[in-house]
Design a protein around this ligand. Structure first.
Ligand SMILES: *Cc1c(COP(=O)(O)O)cnc(C)c1O
Length: 426
């Protein structure tokens, strides 16, 4: 093992040159550049504000949450309780227990036409952690990570944390938030290392047509970059839409894809922190080494709960999706009835991402609402409705509303937004 990047401290203090001394003296903050460059999560910020108002006794309609509102099903909770009773409370293999890995392999075969061996699968502390491991394992300074916007806020941050430069493709609501093949081609350079594909998407609910996924696969093979396919919302799709795992298209793209998934969104298990990734064995092994040094295994009993989720009954998901579907139609119709708001019908996930361009520049008294942040602040303070500004998703002319909430809250919230918008001048 070469240790050229480690310095062994000795009792003789290192001799600082004038240059390093001045660098140290001019430091105004102890915070690393890496941490300084990491943006705060807008979703968590709006949730905190809404909760503070709630604690003050205000009646808040919350569209901020990025999680299903259903309780975790009982058979999944029971599996964790049983694991606890049986004493599975110790370290497990860092990359996950074998039984869970084989349930994941079966899930990939059953749902995604993908064959992965145990050494191609890693279980992490949430899908977010799997994604972090992928960026850390693949990217470094000088690399570029192509990310279509509107994007999930963590992608650019995780790319930057790995030293890579996020290269953003701007997509439009008029094309379902899907980039054109020309846009993808134009973003590719010799430095392109990874492309982040998230279909169905958070925050837009958009889904890529199969032809565009196929075209991306061809470009990845031709230009030799990797695709990170975040399939966390694959089970929450509407109108008979079929999700497609890009890795299943050919052996060539299978070799260049990291498929990411998790139990958070599908099984309403956001707090359990179990996600997973699968891909070429050497990349997964590198992710495992990182995980060994950073977290070790995901929580033992949560892994047993995830096993019950993946291997157990799936029928209840149909009811959940049809409930989401009803809410989706209600919220889209309600928002589109408000002058100044236009909302596409999402094809998957549980978010709507309405365009609010026509509201920007309008006034509330002397205050001009010039950004999505100002619109979100206005809705919260004026009528007690919490939405997430689009700015954090790379789309300042939009806001995100999660409809993973009751039909009652949706109807009340939309009425209040309509009233707030009607009060704006200009
Ligand atoms: C919620 C989410 C994840 C992962 O969530 P975990 O709780 O960490 O498993 C990944 N990608 C997207 C787009 C998400 O919305």
């Amino acid at each position: 093992m070469k240790n050229q990047n480690i310095r062994f401290a000795s009792v003789t203090p290192p001799r600082y040159t004038m240059k390093t001394m001045s660098t140290i003296a001019s430091a105004t903050t102890p915070i690393s550049r890496r941490a300084q460059n990491c943006a705060p999560s807008p979703t968590l910020a709006i949730t905190a504000k809404a909760n503070a108002l709630k604690a003050d006794g205000k009646d808040i309609v919350a569209f901020g949450a990025g999680e299903p509102d259903f309780d975790t099903p009982q058979h999944i909770k029971d599996a964790a309780i049983d694991a606890l009773a049986r004493g599975f409370t110790k370290y497990t293999p860092s990359a996950g227990i074998p039984a869970l890995k084989s349930a994941i392999a079966e899930k990939f075969a059953r749902d995604n036409h993908l064959t992965y061996a145990a050494n191609q699968i890693i279980v992490s502390c949430g899908g977010k952690h799997s994604l972090y491991n992928i960026f850390q394992a693949l990217c470094e300074e000088g690399d570029e990570a192509i990310i279509p916007a509107p994007y999930w806020v963590s992608y650019p941050e995780q790319a930057k944390l790995a030293g890579a430069m996020p290269v953003i493709i701007q997509t439009s609501d008029t094309t379902g938030f899907v980039p054109t093949i020309e846009q993808i081609q134009a973003a590719i350079t010799p430095r392109t290392k990874v492309f982040v594909l998230n279909s169905p998407s958070n925050p837009t609910g958009g889904m890529w047509p199969h032809e565009t996924i196929k075209a991306l696969a061809e470009l990845a093979i031709q230009h030799n970059f990797y695709v990170i396919s975040d399939e966390i919302y694959e089970k929450i799709v509407y109108d008979g839409n079929q999700p497609l795992s890009i890795a299943s298209l050919s052996p060539e793209i299978y070799e260049r894809t990291l498929t990411v998934n998790g139990v958070s969104k599908t099984y309403s298990m956001t707090g359990w922190r179990i996600g997973y990734a699968a891909g070429p064995a050497p990349i997964v092994a590198a992710m495992g080494r990182l995980q060994d040094s950073v977290t070790s295994n995901p929580t033992s009993i949560a892994q047993y709960a995830a096993l019950a989720a993946l291997a157990g009954p799936q029928e209840f998901l149909n009811e959940w999706v049809s409930e989401f579907d009803n809410r989706r139609k209600t919220i889209v119709a309600g928002l589109n009835a408000i002058p100044g708001i236009t909302c596409q019908m999402p094809q998957g996930a549980f978010y709507v991402f309405p365009n609010i361009s026509a509201l920007l520049g309008k006034r509330n008294g002397d205050t001009v609402l010039s950004t999505s942040d100002a619109v979100a602040d206005y809705l919260l303070s004026e009528v007690g409705v919490a939405v997430v500004p689009g700015s954090g998703f790379g789309a300042d002319h939009f806001i995100r509303l999660s409809y993973a909430t009751s039909m009652n809250a949706i109807e009340k919230g939309v009425t209040r937004i309509s009233e707030a918008v009607a009060r704006l001048k200009g």
